[in-house]
Design a protein around this ligand. Structure first.
Ligand code: ADP
Ligand code: MG
Length: 283
């Protein structure tokens, strides 16, 4: 196991995010490579602190081949006002291929059979999370990581939510990334209705991601349009179903349409989508 932060040597920066930085690190005793996510806090970042506590809680609970593994959490004083702040460090499995966002930047678009495999794994991961009453709430290419076997895993539980017995208030549109947010999270009054838990929002986001993998750009607005809040709001809540290229197979088209149903009651659930022909191909 990894019992000391000082056994880890920073090799490179893998990514920057809202609350901190992710490093590629070497565990000197075993010569193994890990990813280290460091979230820093001070008096001005109470909300990041809360997010981080949630992320730690979830990472400690989950155990699935479809979810990024966390080997250790080091808590160096959440708010330590004497020395200007504290931090929280996650030692995670290192994903050699980077994120799906990086893959798309390098390869522009992916062929359908690859997207089918990605969708299958993300659905398996969501199935596991939802069965644990966890809503991810931030499914997007930069939070889906790829290892050297080409396997995709779900990462980044910074805005995830453990569903309690009570109903979730879905109006916190400042969290997550608006672009991948479902209509019922954007505009709960019009599209939310009786949305008890938010699971359907993860399915919507997956639909946006798979279509993006196929067309090579964020698919709900034109490639030249500015993705500001108002444009996104219009496209997501009032726009037509995005055009799916003619070259896509009928199963792929039907899969995307089922994920991108504006009315979450008509949208496929993760369980239903796992039975869809698009993710059950023999290749
Ligand atoms: P944030 O909450 O800041 O978005 P993420 O956990 O999504 O943090 O990590 C930010 C980026 O760092 C990711 O998009 C990815 O490029 C890189 N990254 C994160 N975790 C790993 C990992 N385990 N292996 C490789 N790269 C990673
Ligand atoms: Mg992220």
């Amino acid at each position: 196991g990894i019992d000391n932060l000082s056994d880890l040597e920073k090799m490179a920066v893998l990514g920057h995010g809202t609350g901190g930085t992710v490093y590629k690190v070497l565990h000197k005793k075993t010569s193994s490579i890990y990813a280290l996510k460091v979230l820093r806090f001070n008096q001005n970042t109470i909300s990041i602190c809360r997010q981080a506590a949630r992320e730690a809680e979830i990472l400690k609970r989950v155990d699935s081949q479809y979810i990024i593994r966390c080997h250790a959490v080091f808590d160096n004083g959440f708010i330590d006002t004497d020395n200007g702040g504290g931090d929280l460090c996650f030692v995670m499995e290192y994903m050699e291929g980077g994120s799906l966002h990086d893959v798309l930047r390098a390869r522009q678009r992916l062929p359908e059979h690859v997207i089918s495999g990605v969708a299958r794994r993300v659905l398996e991961g969501l199935h596991y999370l939802h069965s644990m009453q966890i809503v991810h709430r931030d499914i997007k290419p930069s939070n889906l990581l790829v290892n050297d076997k080409g396997e995709v895993k779900i990462a980044d539980f910074g805005v995830s939510h453990i569903v309690a017995g009570t109903r979730e208030a879905c109006h916190d549109s400042n969290m997550g990334t608006c672009a991948y947010m479902s209509p019922e999270r954007f505009d709960p009054e019009r599209w939310g209705g009786d949305n008890a838990n938010g699971f359907a929002g993860d399915v919507w986001s997956l639909g946006v991601v798979v279509l993006e993998c196929y067309v090579g750009h964020f698919p709900l607005i034109g490639p030249a349009q500015k993705p500001d809040w108002a444009t996104l709001m219009c496209a997501i809540c009032f726009g037509e179903m995005p055009e799916i290229p003619e070259t896509a197979s009928p199963e792929f088209r039907s899969f995307i349409r089922w994920c991108l149903e504006k009315d979450w009651r008509k949208r496929g659930t993760v369980g239903e989508l796992l039975g869809h022909a698009f993710v059950n191909r023999k290749c």
